[in-house]
Each structure stands twice: as structure tokens, then as C-alpha cells.
Design a binder for this molecule. Structure first.
Ligand code: 5AD
Length: 354
């Protein structure tokens, strides 16, 4: 027992010093998580995030542009076969006015997120992105619109998009096939991520904690994938069941494990942009503060028009009118100040390594 404990803390030190562990070592770190390893990892993670970002917290205005989706992911509330989902698509005017409102509130990044909606053609999106960039040249535009072709990503990049978020969801292909229908594959997802990077986007991957059938070995693979792929951003949030999905009776992921993994990811890639996610704030009322205190440095409040917020329901109970909403930015600022951090008006690009 004593030896196992020693090994656990030695692995924390090794991760801090080298930013790398083997698959088995990651697995050991997760399987043997205890209070002391949590504290150690958190302290090192906060040290690292302070080194690159001081006490700054970057904010992104999240605009949920469409909940129309051609995919049928088993976990997701806006899956194609959910007939209870009230579908909507924001107009260009709606989206531009969200960006303007965000700008006035101090946001310098807009994240356009949506389902894989066929109406969001390259033409429509490129026009939208170039309009946002011409209205707000000092802002970054992040897209989170799923899998597209290399040519499509290239066009979006050429129209001015800066960043792209595409969670890998799980780095284990068998686990991937338990969360998605057959037409969706891990290899295609990974290819998209590589394409995005090659084109020049700042790229974010990510996964859910506690998704159905997830094993610690799966999580170890996620961590190894993050180490190898070296993304600029990484979204990690607990799985939360949605009543109209295959996984409606599954239990939600654990917030503490999620925070533990945030600390580990901070140590794998010390300058990574790491959000304390909405899902983390949903399973735990102070989840986002806990996330920041575990090494995260980004928060993404919702800028979508109030009329559509409830409709973009990926999981049950998604917070949408409290502190996570952009209009309540002042509340978020206060809560970050109270834990020793400061929300800044900044594009919030990734810090240079040295
Ligand atoms: N619980 C938690 N996160 C979810 N997502 C989708 N459905 C759920 C759910 N039920 C996440 C996925 C997706 C991101 C936009 O939201 O990881 O990539």
C-alpha cells in the first residue's frame, strides 16, 4: 500500500517535470486518485497556469447558431432522431447582433457553435465569418460546427476564422462506437483534427468525463492523445444524461474527477487554453470556480438570444440564465475576483511556450 502511494505521488512529480506519462502511468494516476494526489496536481496545475496566464481568466461569447443536426450521437440532446427537440437556426442578423452585444460587454472572441446543419454551407458560413471579422477586426472567431471536408475548413480559415473546436469525444475506437452510430468513426474525427491543425487553425479537442462505458483505460488514452496531438485548447466536461437520448438512464460524470483531469491536462500542456465548461457548472453549482482553481483559464458564457437558449439542450438541466449567461458577466467577474482571478477583455490567444 505504502509503495503504491509513493508511486502515485512520484507520478505527479514526473508529470509536472516532464509533461508526459505512459498509458499505464496515466491509468494508475486515475485509478488511485486520492486527496493528496488531487491537492498536489492542483497546486502544480495552478502554478503552471499562473506562469503563462497570471491570474487572468479569458472569456468567450458562445453563440449557439443552430440545433439542427444530421448526426445521431447517442448522448446528445440535439441528435437527429430526437423529435422532441424544437429546432431553430439563427439568421445572419441575429448572429451579428449577438457578436455586437458581446463586443460591448467586453468579449473579444465569439464562438459559433451548432449541430451539423446542412444549411450552414461554406458560402453561408464564410460570409458570416467575414462579416464578423470586418465588424470587429480585433476579435477572434472560433467555430464549433463538427466534421467538414478539408476544403471546407480551408475556406472557413481563408474567410477569417481563427480557431476550431472539435471534441474527439473518446480516443478509443471501440468506446467511440458505443457512443456514436456506425457512420461516425474515430478515425474520421482524428483526420478532421489533423486537417484543422495543418490549415493553421488554433485547434481544440476534448472529451466527456463519465460517458457511458468509459473505462479508466479510455481516459488514459484520451490523455495520451492530448499529449501526442498537442491541441491549443481542450474542452473537458462531465457527461450529463438527456431525457430524449439512448443514455437517458445513465448517471452523470463526476465533477471531482473532471477537475482532477483538468489539472493533469494543464501539466501535459502547460500553456493550453482550458475552459471550465458549462457542463461542469451544471453538475456542481460552483463547478466553474472549482475548474479554474484546478488549472482551467477560460470560461465561455452564453451569448445566444434568450429565446433559443432552452432549445439548445445538449443535456438536461443545462444552466442558461444565471452566471453563465453573458448578460450576467458582472456576476461571473465578481465570482472570479472572489477566488483571486480576473476576467479580462482580450482575444485570449494561446501563450507562447517560453
Ligand atoms: N453531456 C455532456 N456533454 C455533452 N455534449 C453533448 N452531449 C452531452 C451530454 N449529454 C458535449 C459533446 C460535444 C459538445 C458540444 O457537447 O462533447 O462535443
Amino acid at each position: 500500500m505504502y509503495q503504491a502511494m509513493n508511486k502515485l505521488y512520484e507520478l505527479v512529480e514526473k508529470l509536472y517535470k516532464t509533461s508526459s506519462l505512459s498509458l499505464d502511468e496515466y491509468k494508475f494516476l486515475i485509478d488511485n486518485r486520492d486527496e493528496k494526489s488531487t491537492e498536489l496536481l492542483k497546486n502544480y496545475a495552478v502554478l503552471m497556469r499562473k506562469k503563462y496566464y497570471g491570474n487572468k481568466v479569458f472569456v468567450r461569447g458562445l453563440i449557439e447558431v443552430s440545433n439542427v443536426c444530421k448526426n445521431d450521437c447517442y448522448y446528445c440532446g440535439i441528435r437527429k432522431s430526437n423529435n422532441n427537440c424544437n429546432r431553430y437556426r439563427l439568421s445572419k442578423e441575429d448572429i451579428l447582433s449577438c457578436c455586437k452585444e458581446g463586443y460591448e460587454l467586453g468579449f473579444r472572441t465569439s464562438v459559433l457553435q451548432g449541430g451539423e446543419d446542412g444549411a450552414l454551407s461554406d458560402e453561408v458560413l464564410c460570409d458570416l465569418v467575414s462579416s464578423i471579422k470586418s465588424n470587429h477586426p480585433d476579435c477572434a472567431v472560433t467555430l464549433s460546427l463538427g466534421e467538414r471536408s478539408y476544403e471546407s475548413y480551408q475556406k472557413l480559415y481563408d474567410s477569417g476564422a481563427d480557431r476550431y473546436l472539435l471534441r474527439h469525444e473518446t480516443a478509443d475506437s471501440t468506446h467511440y462506437s458505443k457512443l456514436h452510430p456506425e457512420n461516425l468513426t474515430l478515425s474520421n474525427r482524428i483526420e478532421c483534427l489533423h486537417n484543422l491543425k495543418k490549415i493553421g487553425f488554433q485547434v481544440g479537442c476534448g472529451f466527456m468525463v463519465g460517458s457511458p462505458y468509459q473505462t479508466t483505460e479510455n481516459i488514459a488514452k484520451d490523455l495520451k492523445f492530448i499529449e501526442d496531438f498537442s491541441p491549443h485548447m481542450c474542452g473537458i466536461g462531465p457527461f450529463i444524461p438527456h431525457k430524449d437520448t439512448v443514455f437517458k438512464n445513465e448517471k452523470a460524470g463526476d465533477a471531482q474527477l473532471c477537475c482532477y483531469l483538468l489539472s493533469i491536462v494543464r501539466l501535459i500542456k502547460p500553456n493550453i487554453l482550458l475552459p471550465a465548461t458549462t457542463a461542469l457548472g451544471t453538475v456542481k453549482s460552483d463547478g466553474r470556480e472549482k475548474g479554474i482553481l484546478s488549472g482551467a483559464n477560460v470560461v465561455m458564457p452564453n451569448l445566444s438570444p434568450l429565446s433559443v437558449r432552452k432549445k439548445y439542450s445538449l443535456y438536461d438541466g443545462k444552466i442558461s440564465t444565471g452566471e453563465e449567461s453573458a448578460q450576467s458577466l458582472s456576476k461571473l467577474k465578481k465570482s472570479m475576483t472572489s477566488i483571486g482571478y480576473e476576467v479580462v477583455t482580450d482575444r485570449g490567444d494561446i501563450a507562447n511556450k517560453e
